[in-house]
Write a protein that binds this ligand. Structure first.
Ligand SMILES: *Cc1c(COP(=O)(O)O)cnc(C)c1O
Length: 327
């Protein structure tokens, strides 16, 4: 059976680097959405908590329920109000007009649209919204950068806008609130404001900065092997034709497991340098026989480059049913 290993030492090391940059573990909101970027939220959560992080962000309520035993503070990023919000969770208020649809006393972090134009209240409508919050329990406010990986003019403009929003909110409320704007790339490129938390996703797993260590390795196991004679093809359409006699093996991982489908064209290499041979099947691929198990990748960047996408997408697609093992 194919499997994923999660290197707990590497994960703890990454968290320590991140905490050092952010000013402590209590400054971190670890983003655990989509099964912790495909890694395995349930397995990593106890480690994250033991390191001293007590705040995570997830996509929806079902992800929040999976993690509720581990963390006191769980921010749900993509929620549509139902009137049945759980008093334990914190909900992002993404759409000002839905304010009245939340249950009374719901814990809220206000999303501020500082120029990404994806979600949240803009600066012009902020003061008015703050007056209308009524019986919602405002605990914080946050924004998201559209180009923190480039630190271009838009990043500095958004920073200024968020600073203005913080002042407006502080003037309007007497409570001490939590503010956060930095994500992974902002933390490793910019200077984090002292009065903020930061939301870190990808860097936890060793991507985005050369100083960090990759946490995930993906393995497949051998189903069968055979001798391919010169001139024989392999897989659907026989797109790969052997130019010499070759011992090939079929391994138990395919596009149904969340891999991008290799169509037999171009050189897609496994971690040991061997190439995939022929088109990938739904549940398997073939390559030169490399023993009982093979590491498919330990660096999602190689697959991301090949498929012209970003490492996030390669990782997050890894099917939750692949067995995860902590090492
Ligand atoms: C996914 C997400 C993050 C984390 O982004 P990274 O680039 O992985 O650090 C932070 N904030 C919000 C709102 C997100 O949706």
């Amino acid at each position: 059976m194919s499997f994923i290993t999660l290197d707990t030492k590497a994960y703890r090391y990454n968290l320590s680097c991140i905490a050092a940059k952010a000013g402590g573990y209590d400054k971190l909101i670890c983003v655990f959405k989509d099964n912790a970027y495909g890694h395995g939220a349930n397995l990593l959560a106890p480690i994250t908590r033991a390191c001293g992080v007590n705040f995570v962000a997830v996509k929806n309520e079902s992800e929040a329920y999976q993690l509720e035993e581990h963390f006191d503070n769980i921010l749900i990023l993509s929620h549509r109000p139902t009137g049945e919000e759980n008093p334990k969770f914190i909900y992002a208020l993404n759409e000002p007009s839905t304010l009245t649809q939340f249950k009374k006393n719901t814990r809220i972090h206000l999303k501020i649209d500082t120029n990404m134009h994806r979600n949240g209240v803009n600066l012009e409508n902020l003061e008015k919204l703050l007056k209308e919050l009524g019986c919602l329990n405002l605990e914080g406010a946050f924004t998201h950068f559209m180009a923190a990986d480039e630190l271009d003019a838009s990043y500095f403009a958004q920073k200024r806008n968020f600073q203005k929003a913080k002042e407006t909110i502080r003037n309007a409320t007497r409570k001490t609130l939590l503010f956060h704007s930095f994500n992974s790339s902002a933390l490793f490129r910019g200077q984090m404001p002292q009065d903020e938390l930061c939301r870190v996703g990808l860097v936890q797993f060793g991507y985005g900065d050369g100083s960090l260590k990759k946490v995930l390795k993906l393995y497949a196991q051998k189903l069968s092997s055979r001798e391919l004679k010169k001139g024989q093809g392999i897989g659907y359409g026989g797109t790969y034709v052997a130019d010499r006699s070759l011992k090939v093996a079929t391994y138990d991982l395919g596009y149904a497991d969340g891999l991008f489908r290799y169509n037999g064209k171009g050189q897609l290499k496994l971690a040991n340098g061997k190439e995939l041979l022929g088109k990938m099947s739904m549940d398997s691929f073939s390559c030169e026989d490399s023993g009982e198990e093979i590491c498919v990748f330990n660096d999602a960047n190689l697959w991301a480059e090949f498929f012209h996408t970003i490492n996030y997408e390669i990782l997050v697609k890894l099917h939750p049913s692949i067995k995860r093992i902590l090492i």
